[in-house]
Write a protein that binds this ligand. Structure first.
Ligand code: 8YV
Length: 336
């Protein structure tokens, strides 16, 4: 009798995805969506050859060392700052993510936050619902112009490029960007975007969208001094990761009129949100939902599942993060 490898799914996911995994594996799932601490996660991982994670579970050197049969961690997210990828590589464990499939959906949401913050959509809706709307006034909830204003993008990967195209083509915006590496002239032309220094980006953007990955280098990439360099009329949008913005400094700038508005989908220490942000009207706050459409979340989950299936059944993965693990000699590979 062929014994199927065991895998763990750490959070509730679509039943169809559990069914897909069950064709190949003995699946231990968490469909009741319990919160596990690190010790509980390690306990549930015992004997497992693979794990399906979301961005919420930290897989570090301790977890890997305590789970010697674990061979692959498949993240249902494009971001993977919850993985200690160096430790995975050192220990011969493959990490995979879910790129591409959420690019357009996430870019749509970045624009939704930009429009909502700049045009004061949520603030004015709350006013109306509170029964405060008595009559029209010339400057009532007058916000910032979006079309034709300068769109700044920090981090110009797939999602940054998709946002640039929306701004340049849909809203007639001059687009400036800053990134670790400059795009080719061909891609810049397709995106309608011009490369500038970070200082020029901060100084010239009417609306600045953050789409860079989180790392030690990008921690507080937008702090008090960066906010001071921005226009007081500007909008800041963070759909990247909490920790890229110093949330306390941002709240201070918004409260004192040094920045007009912000749209935030991610927060330092989420799901806790800085109380100073919660107290402000000129910030739109959403609970990390930029990729949340049913078709996209389904596609992300299927991609994470297919990374597990591909690797554990055929030694291949669709989106490997440390592909060097795939070519390790047999004796150096972890065994299930
Ligand atoms: C995920 C995200 O929904 O893909 C990412 O990096 O931030 C979101 O799309 C979240 O990380 C949960 O997995």
């Amino acid at each position: 009798m062929i014994v199927k490898p065991e895998v763990l799914v750490t959070r509730a996911v679509f039943p169809e995805v559990i069914a897909r995994l069950s064709e190949h594996f003995q699946v231990d799932s968490n469909q009741s969506d319990e919160t596990w601490n690190k010790a509980e996660l390690i306990e549930r991982l015992q004997g497992k050859a693979g794990v399906f994670t979301t961005g919420s579970e930290r897989i570090d050197a301790d977890v890997l060392a305590a789970c010697p049969r674990l061979q692959i961690c498949a993240n249902m997210a494009v971001g993977y700052n919850n993985f200690d990828l160096d430790a995975m590589t050192d220990q011969g464990v493959l990490g995979t993510n879910a790129p591409d499939v959420l690019t357009q959906t996430t870019a749509d949401f970045g624009f939704a936050l930009l429009l909502a913050a700049a045009r004061r959509v949520c603030e004015s809706e709350h006013y109306l619902r509170a029964g405060q709307w008595r009559r029209w006034r010339y400057d009532m909830f007058a916000g910032a112009e979006v079309h034709g204003s300068t769109l700044g993008i920090l981090g110009m990967g797939r999602i940054g490029q998709a946002i640039a195209k929306r701004g340049a083509m849909g809203f007639d915006m001059p687009v400036v960007y800053h990134n670790r590496s400059r795009l080719t002239p061909e891609i810049e032309a397709i995106c309608g975007a011009r490369y500038v220094s970070k200082e020029e980006l901060l100084r010239t953007a009417d609306h600045l969208v953050l789409v860079l990955p989180y790392s030690h280098q990008s921690h507080h990439a937008i702090g008090a001094s960066e906010l001071d360099q921005m226009k007081a009329s500007a909008t800041l949008v963070n759909i990247a990761r909490g920790g890229i913005v110093d949330d306390a400094a941002l709240a201070d700038a918004l409260r004192h009129g040094r920045l007009a508005a912000a749209g935030l989908d991610v927060f330092e220490g989420e799901p806790t949100v800085h109380p100073a942000l919660l107290a402000l009207k000129n910030v739109v706050l959403t609970p990390h939902i930029a990729s949340a459409t049913m078709p996209t979340r389904m596609t992300m989950a299927i991609l994470a599942a297919d990374n597990l299936i591909g690797f554990l059944t055929a030694g291949q993965a669709i989106a490997p993060l440390n592909p060097q693990v795939l070519s390790l000699p047999q004796h150096a590979q972890r065994k299930g």
